[in-house]
Write a protein that binds this ligand. Structure first.
Ligand SMILES: *Cc1c(COP(=O)(O)O)cnc(C)c1O
Length: 476
């Protein structure tokens, strides 16, 4: 008992705050975090130590100046860690909305750095010295790539749809097929957007079949738009019929009613060229006669979060004059990032190397399999006997509503509880999934069929060593 007490500290053993702050161990902390933060953290720590000492539970080695500095350093580092943190996206969903969708190419990064640190001609006409329009920085490029007459950019595609409807269909009717009344994750629903834009939705056809006559019969004096919406995250199969954009345009034309298409993902490149399934491009939609097309910047396009509206000059001009346009406009960082991404599309030959999204979507299975072979032993060693780790083929998804039913052959690691995942197997997997998420550089996988899948499609080659390090950390 006496021996034991000697290892305990008493409250009277605690050094004063000022004395600790003067110790050499605290000088680096003061330089990094400043006196206010270090003092507050140290005061909190001393209070805890005092309480522990009074309870007879404070070890002597906890009251050295190095021990105080160590705890204060940890608490300040945790407090000052970014809330927005990089993670490994091993979910198999390339455009994962909750993980930030498209990753941007270096050219966009450089442009954003420039825009962050230097004044720029955001709304300044360098030719006249007068006021400029931020849309003019990007609209010519969008028109060139899509064949549209004019273009405007807003915060995201939801904003693009809202602005378009608020401008052109307030207190008027918009005709949409019942098969296209989509809900995108995060509470974006076509009927709700209509309501908030002040437009009246006129549903036509049925869930599985809509005919040309359905659109024709719905047109009346109050019709503002015929609208087509891309079925981004589902597919209607079986006994189905829908009316193409070109046909809807033919129906609308005699009545002078414009046709709007919400393309959702809206790619600018023919994906089949790289062995991917075809996704309707913006160019095709404009060529089919659509008067307005809206699409996202950070889905298949591979750029920053933004919403594009491309189409007829007169309609775009009207949209740009709506007061909501000012509320929904994009910032300079978005425009800075968007421009170099769009420019990549002028050179389709280099697109799979230079556009990060396309590079991920077209990665060879052999390359991913080689990564899996290298990483499997590292993870197996970290996990020990409790789990089995095997390189395994799997299927990735594009994500963000692009081509919901098409899947991409991929490769990664399949982790199962040892013993075939019988009793307690589900809990063991959930525990491992949580441990991976709790790593300093969190690793996000996906559990299905009593297996934890780590899909390596989105693991950049220069990030592989870092992932191996995280796996090794799991042991601790
Ligand atoms: C994704 C999507 C939207 C919403 O786009 P955001 O850029 O996420 O705002 C709207 N409509 C369709 C059809 C979509 O696929």
């Amino acid at each position: 008992m006496v021996e034991h007490d000697r290892e305990l500290a008493r409250a009277s053993d605690l050094p004063s705050l000022d004395r600790l702050l003067g110790m050499p161990e605290f000088q680096a902390l003061l330089a990094e975090f400043g006196r206010t933060q270090v003092t507050a953290a140290l005061r909190g720590d001393l209070d805890e130590c005092r309480a522990a000492a009074l309870a007879g539970a404070l070890a002597r080695e906890a009251v050295t100046s190095a021990a105080f500095a160590g705890r204060v350093s940890q608490s300040l580092a945790a407090r000052n860690r970014s809330a927005l943190r990089p993670v490994f996206n091993l979910t198999g969903t390339v455009l994962h909305t909750n993980l930030g969708r498209a990753l941007l190419p270096d050219s966009a990064l450089e442009a954003v750095m420039q825009a962050l640190t230097s004044p720029a001609n955001l709304e300044f006409d360098l030719a006249t010295g007068g006021r400029g329009d931020r849309d003019d920085l990007i609209a010519p490029l969008l028109c060139e790539l899509t064949g549209g007459e004019a273009a405007t950019v807003v915060n995201n595609n939801a904003a693009a749809v809202l602005l378009m409807l608020a401008t052109l269909a307030k207190r008027r009717e918009v005709v949409v097929s019942r098969g296209e009344l989509v809900e995108i994750g995060g509470a974006f629903r076509i009927p709700d957007i209509m309501t908030h834009a002040g437009a009246k939705l006129v549903e036509v056809g049925t869930t599985n079949r809509t005919h040309a006559a359905d659109y024709r019969d719905a047109i009346g004096e109050k019709t503002a738009l015929l609208m087509k919406v891309h079925c981004s995250n589902y597919e209607v199969t079986g006994f189905t019929k829908s009316v193409s954009v070109a046909e809807v345009v033919q129906i609308a034309k005699p009545h002078g009613v414009p046709v709007a298409v919400d393309l959702g993902s809206g790619t600018l490149a023919p994906l089949e060229r790289w062995g991917l399934p075809h996704e309707t491009t913006v160019q095709e939609t404009i060529a089919a006669g659509a008067d307005l097309v809206t699409f996202s910047g950070d889905k298949l396009l591979g750029g920053p979060q933004a919403g594009m509206i491309v189409g007829r000059k007169a309609l775009i001009a009207k949209i740009k004059r709506h007061p909501l346009k000012r509320a929904l406009r994009v910032g300079k960082l978005t425009l800075a990032a968007l421009e170099p991404v769009l420019r990549l599309y002028r050179d389709p030959e280099h697109l799979p190397e230079r556009l990060t999204t396309l590079r991920l979507l077209t990665r060879s299975r052999a390359e991913m399999a080689a990564q899996a072979e290298r990483l499997a032993p590292v993870l197996a060693k970290a996990l020990g006997e409790a789990y089995t780790v095997a390189p395994a083929p799997m299927v990735s998804q594009i994500g963000s509503g692009a081509l919901p039913v098409e899947q991409l052959p991929s490769y990664g690691l399949a982790i199962a509880p040892a013993g075939g995942g019988k009793r307690g197997g589900g809990r063991a997997l959930a525990k491992l999934e949580a441990a991976l998420r709790a790593l300093p550089y969190p690793v996000i996988g996906r559990i299905a069929d009593q297996t934890l899948w780590l899909d390596l499609r989105c693991l950049a080659p220069d990030n592989e060593a870092r992932l191996a390090l995280q796996f090794a950390e799991l042991r601790a």
